[in-house]
Design a protein around this ligand. Structure first.
Ligand code: OKP
Ligand code: ZN
Length: 338
């Protein structure tokens, strides 16, 4: 399978995150992507510029991401930029200058720091997804893999969160529409609900967002991903959430996925973007599902029964010693089934 990986994605390296009220080493480390890239013959990203990013994210948010670290340094503080105050009610487009106000305005958690090279890596993560999309649309292969880092599925129109800054899967999905596709499905199999992707397409009839994830009653991101969230307006019925309990093993996961695949197949997408996170793995340090390496191959084979071209976009997965094998297992399943 064609694999796109851009080494500029590894420059983003926050030092630490707030974890359960204390500082912990940042879990979303460059070695994640490197451990996967080492297993494949990777091609670098091509530059599609800002327009595909602006088709998903607010221009003012994109400018904020580019300025935030420098503005933070100019206050005389060291370290990474981290928000602490959030406008949870009546958030509006105030043009606030103080960095702390801009940080909170564009974030939904305090665990997504902006470091020196965050913009550069997020930019090339989005370009990686766009490159893999173009190779899928113009090539002869039925699937391509965008080895994206940082991940994207928690990032919305004008906010970051959950280690995500730019929503690469959403950027690729929307770019597919502007390249002529009429119906695009995004299937999110990361352990965590892809709240940013859901939010971006919540009222869209041309993108079906489906997600299987840990029940948000017990797991991050808590406020989104509940089973009653089904889309709104024109997008009523094109959002599908299947929360599963902690401790879920392959048999139960497979049954849930079979139901989701059936719904997606009936909707007849022209293309499926898979937000793939390997944090459903039994050995994942921050997650509580119990999938094994060999399960990912079966997962992929089930996804491939939808029978349309597949763009796989990397999201989470934090068991670094097993991450490459789990991802390779998933890609092998896609490749053999299509
Ligand atoms: C990103 B992705 C906080 C634990 C939760 C955010 C998890 C983000 C996961 N100490 N932190 O969906 O894999
Ligand atoms: Zn995740």
């Amino acid at each position: 399978m064609r694999v796109i990986f851009d080494p500029r994605q590894t420059e983003h390296a926050p030092e630490r995150e707030l974890h359960n009220g204390a500082w912990a080493p940042y879990a979303e480390v460059p070695a994640r992507a490197e451990s996967i890239a080492a297993l494949f013959d990777c091609q670098p990203a091509r530059d599609f510029g800002m327009a595909p990013l602006e088709a998903v994210h607010a221009p003012e948010y994109l400018q904020f991401l580019q300025d935030a670290w420098t503005d933070w340094q100019q206050t005389g503080r060291g370290g990474d930029a981290i928000p602490y105050a959030f406008p949870v009610r009546r958030r509006r487009a105030l043009s606030l200058e103080r960095i702390d106000a801009r940080m909170g305005r564009h974030a939904f958690d305090a665990a997504t720091p902006i470091a020196r090279d965050t913009w550069k890596s997020a930019y090339w993560s989005a370009q990686t997804a766009l490159t893999a999309l173009e190779d899928l649309l113009t090539g002869t292969q039925p699937a391509t893999f965008a080895l994206c880092r940082p991940p994207g599925h928690h990032s919305g129109h004008d906010y970051m969160g959950g280690y995500c800054y730019l929503n690469s899967a959403a950027i690729a999905a929307r770019h597919a529409l502007s390249s002529g596709a009429k119906r695009v499905a995004v299937l999110d199999v990361d352990y965590h609900h892809g709240n940013g992707t859901q939010d971006i397409f919540y009222e869209s009839a041309d993108v079906f967002f489906a997600s299987i994830h840990a029940d948000p009653s017990t797991d991050y991101p808590f406020y989104w991903g509940h089973a009653d969230e089904c889309g709104a307006g024109e997008g009523q019925g094109t959002t599908l959430n299947v929360p599963l309990p902690r401790g879920t093993q392959w048999n139960a996961y497979r049954d849930a996925l079979a139901g989701v695949v059936e719904r997606l197949s009936a909707w007849k997408p022209e293309l499926v973007v898979v937000s793939f996170g390997a944090d459903t793995f039994a050995g994942d340090p921050i997650s509580e599902f119990l999938l094994r390496t060999e399960d990912y191959e079966q997962m992929a084979q089930l996804v491939a029964t939808i029978g349309v071209p597949i763009l796989v976009v990397m999201e989470g997965g934090y068991a670094i010693g097993d991450l490459g094998a789990n991802t390779a297992s998933f890609l092998a399943g896609i490749a053999t089934a299509l």
